[in-house]
Design a protein around this ligand. Structure first.
Ligand code: PEP
Ligand code: MN
Length: 292
């Protein structure tokens, strides 16, 4: 028989993993949705600092941005590496926003940990067991994105790799699964069912990425709000800087939203979350009345 999974609250001591995860002062799994936003990739100091200030003004809680980018083609922009991490740290310094950034390679985990407040493990690496194990030895919280081809069990087992190394500060992120639209209207299909399934199965916070989950900027707000409506604890969203020419953006230019839209999402997602919490309270009361 296989060993019961700690992420399912079935470790030897029967203890559940934390329902809330804190990154500096920012809480995931609390009373309101946590909003991470920023560029797809750190492309320059001016771009990242500009966007970081916009994210803060829009009400975002954390800054995202890739310094190491997992690109489909090895000939595409791969990120600024250490220089990108330094820029992210400068953006944190200026805005106070904690930073989440992707670590692609076990060999970079120490370096990334020196700059980041939260380590991102991307969709392509969800099955990268040595990287998951190493993340399990770190002190920083981990944002674990779902592989576009992963079942719920595979995703939770990836979290288990991290948790069983001793790091239980894990936030799950649904970012869309591979679909059949051939890019006409869907880069991926945002799997909102899995968000509900995660909440049913585990206590870990789960957030939604409507940017990679749709691939189109005019679909991001709708998908973001739908994610919060089904119970996501937060969002991670790609933003393009004010006045930026899309043709000059090196990574995921099509899906970046402007910060005015981001501000709208922040406000609307809070209202939707409040409606959802009220609805859940009513359902609980109804269930209690039926049971009595
Ligand atoms: C990202 O968020 O920067 C990213 C590359 O996303 P994913 O791993 O979900 O493709
Ligand atoms: Mn991207």
């Amino acid at each position: 028989m296989s060993t019961p999974l700690r992420v399912l609250g079935k470790s030897g001591d029967g203890r559940s993993l934390p329902r809330t995860v804190r990154v500096r002062g920012v809480e995931f799994g609390g009373q309101r949705p946590t909003i991470i936003a920023g560029p797809c990739a750190v492309e320059s100091r001016a771009q990242t600092l500009g966007i970081a200030h916009e994210v803060r003004a829009a009400g975002g809680d954390m800054l995202r941005g890739g310094a190491f980018k997992p690109r489909t083609s090895p000939h595409d922009f791969q990120g600024l590496g250490k220089e990108g991490l330094e820029i992210l740290a400068a953006a944190r310094e200026e805005t106070g926003l904690p930073v989440v950034t992707e670590v692609l390679d076990v060999r970079d985990i120490e370096l990334v940990s020196q700059y980041a407040d939260m380590l991102q493990i991307g969709s392509r690496n969800m099955h990268h067991f040595p990287l998951l194990r190493e993340a399990g030895r770190q002190k920083l919280p981990v944002l674990l994105k779902r592989a576009w081809c992963a079942s719920l069990k595979e995703w939770l087992c990836a979290a288990e790799y991290i948790a069983s190394g001793g790091n239980e500060q894990i936030v799950l992120c649904e970012r869309g699964i591979r679909s059949f639209g051939n890019g006409e209207y869907d880069r991926n299909t945002l799997d909102l069912n899995v968000v509900q399934a995660v909440r049913r199965a585990v206590d870990l916070p789960v957030i939604v990425d409507p940017s990679h989950g749709t691939g189109f900027r005019d679909m991001v707000a709708g998908a973001a709000l739908a994610g919060v409506a089904v119970g996501a604890d937060g969002l991670i969203i790609e933003v393009i800087g004010r006045g930026t020419k899309r043709s000059e953006v090196l990574c995921d230019a099509e899906q970046g939203i402007g910060s005015d839209t981001l501000a709208g999402i922040v406000g609307a997602s809070r209202r939707i979350c409040a409606v959802r919490q009220q609805f859940e309270r009513e359902l609980t009361l109804e269930a209690e009345a039926e049971a009595s």
